[in-house]
Design a protein around this ligand. Sequence first.
Ligand code: ADP
Length: 581
Amino acid sequence: MSIYRRAALYYRPFWAKTTLGLLLSLCAVGLNLLKPWPFKIIVDDVLGQGAEPAFGRSPSLVPLLCLALVAIQVLWGLVNMAMNYTFVKIGLQALLRLRTELYAYLQSLSLKYHDARRSSDSSFRVAYDSQAIQTMFNQGFTNIFSSAVMLIGTFVVMVQIDWQLTLLSLGVVPVIAGAIYFFANRIRSQSTTIQERESAMLAQAQEGLSSIRMVHAFGREEWEVSQFQHQAHQSLKANLRLTLTNVNSAFVISTLMVLGTAAMYYVGTLHVLAGTLTLGSLLVFSAYLLMLYQPLESLTYTAWAMEGAAAGAQRCFEVLDRADDVIDSTDASAISTTAGALAFEGVDFGYAAGQLTLHTIDLQIAPNQIVGLVGGTGAGKSTLLSLVPRFYDPTAGRVTLDGRDLRQIKKKSLRAQIGIVLQDTVLFSTTIRENIAYGRPGATSEEIRQAARKAQADEFISRMPQGYRSPVGERGTHLSVGQRQRIGIARAFLKNAPILLLDEPTSALDPTTEAAIMDTIKELMRGRTTLIVTHRLATIHGVDRIVVLEHGRVVEQGSGAELLARGGQYATLYAAGNYPG
Ligand code: ADP
């Protein structure tokens, strides 16, 4: 389906309003065509040049004709206003639909999609590229309609006045059409380049500003600015290139038009001198020629705007056409509870094709069992965890819950059974209360408070000026890491899911805070199937089972005591007390 036809689907729900707008547009064209006539009557009839005056030659006609002119203009203005408002509203409503659909789809796409691109590029598509849908409607579709009607109307009237003169003036039109086609192609590709470069510039700014701490700490402000300036300059160059195409084509097209006008003046004057055309008719004719060229010119701009917009719309449709990598199988059903028996059966996984991060993982985890995952950096511990909520699907083998392949469980219902605490809890810029209730938006204030108490967060929250209603800054910057972790743990307590995934929950903390938080985590793990990744072995030595990973393979597993006695990899790590995780 062409981009334009696909875009038109977004306006379809507003067809009734569109029809109204088109009717208004017809009225506007009709009124516009009336505009030159009062003056023609003044010149031909009152000033005495016309052969057979239709309205007589009385000078008292003049004020009436002047009034008629004003009335036509005012009426045209009103109709035009109503038409513009209607069309802009439809354009904006179509934009709202596309934006929402795009954002919702981006939210649903798997991490694999988002891993591969910068988040600012996706934001750019939602915020800016999507505007193409409005441009196409307001500068494209509606313009083409009113220009076409105007062209046809003007043409018909002009032929009535002098057909030879009409053909002569229109001789340049095919050449103009050729020029429009030539320039439109360039404009589309140049517009795509602009969009890509603007997006890259936004990404640069976003990255530099979101890592401002790092930038200041390492004194890289100037370097960041120079990187930004480089991107901004790339965008400037692309914009200039497009401007050059625009001014060139404006020059070519206006020159072609003036050639048509000059030819009309020349032949028109000959016709007046020969007595086959009245002076008033020549004046009306030249007014119409302007009216004819106006929609032609406006069609040119429309073609440019459409090409630019097509580039933006294409970037939106590209996202919507992406198939999700993590999809439920056709026989998937929702679950509302789980015993919590997890199993990895011959699981291979790779982020990129042909490059495995996990190799033939076989693990059976009984309900309520707590399993510690241990291994060096890059061993694949976090990757293993991310297969449980199906952030990714295994490349081979399967992960099961209560004996059922995860792909046969509806993603959303599966995730409802899983609580997660990461190394650094991400907080959203809303209140503490809403942050805790993120996984259970309907929770009551008492439930939220209770969860916070269990996470030992109630005390510091209550000390804040607005308590649970205190706002959290972007990314929770004015809370300490320990406080953020406590909120993350409160979140997990409140969600009260039977499966728990903990990825280095204490590694960003000092030893005293770590000990305190570990107590709450032990409480949280009780009665839940838990996978905990940590390199602080002392904190998990006593859990039910420890699994040691190396280069994506399970190399050892058993209780802490068994593994120590075996004197293998775990014993070495344990002897070191701590190891760099
Ligand atoms: P660990 O948690 O044991 O430190 P990870 O599971 O984070 O290890 O990483 C295992 C390997 O997978 C590493 O080589 C890492 O670079 C790679 N990796 C992790 N996340 C991604 C990702 N989103 N895309 C591509 N490769 C990744």
